[in-house]
Design a protein around this ligand. Structure first.
Ligand code: ZN
Length: 151
């Protein structure tokens, strides 16, 4: 993919590592939250499942296919979600969206993003932003459904 070649070497490495060895592939038994997201633009798909314990995400997995950016972003996301409340997860999503769209984020938010920072260069390629946000769209849906079901 040409876009990927234009990113810094270190960032490319992080993205390709997650793409080739996606984290958190084990099925979550009895998930509390799940959602499927599709990016018709390049055929990327992400299925996300998570289980909560004491209001925090304790187990999370995803299955997906598609381009390296969509799959790496989903893989990094699953690593960041463990231990977070749904509210904290949505705050992280908000910060990541702002990073992708070149809007303001605080130093603290950037720190909390860890390897997601590797995807910052993707914002130079607007059509790829959808790929980077795909897993997060599934998270947003999963949390929305969960909140509705538990009102
Ligand atoms: Zn894609």
């Amino acid at each position: 993919m040409t876009e990927l070649n234009e990113l810094d070497d270190l960032y490319q490495e992080i993205i390709l590592d997650h793409y080739r060895n996606p984290r958190n592939q084990q099925v979550v038994e009895a998930p509390d939250m799940q959602a499927h997201a599709l990016n018709p633009f390049c055929g990327d798909e992400v299925d996300l499942q998570a289980r909560l314990e004491d209001g925090r995400i304790c187990e999370v997995c995803f299955k997906g296919r598609g381009c390296s950016i969509s799959q790496a972003s989903a893989s990094i996301m699953t690593e960041l979600l463990k231990g977070k409340t749904p509210e904290e997860a949505l705050e992280l999503y908000s910060a990541f969206r702002r990073l992708m769209f070149g809007e303001d984020i605080s130093e603290e938010e950037l720190d909390g993003m860890g390897e997601l920072g590797a995807l910052a260069g993707v914002r130079k390629f607007p059509v790829r932003i959808k790929c980077a946000l795909l897993g997060w769209n599934s998270l947003d849906d999963a949390i929305g459904e969960y909140a509705k079901a538990n009102e």
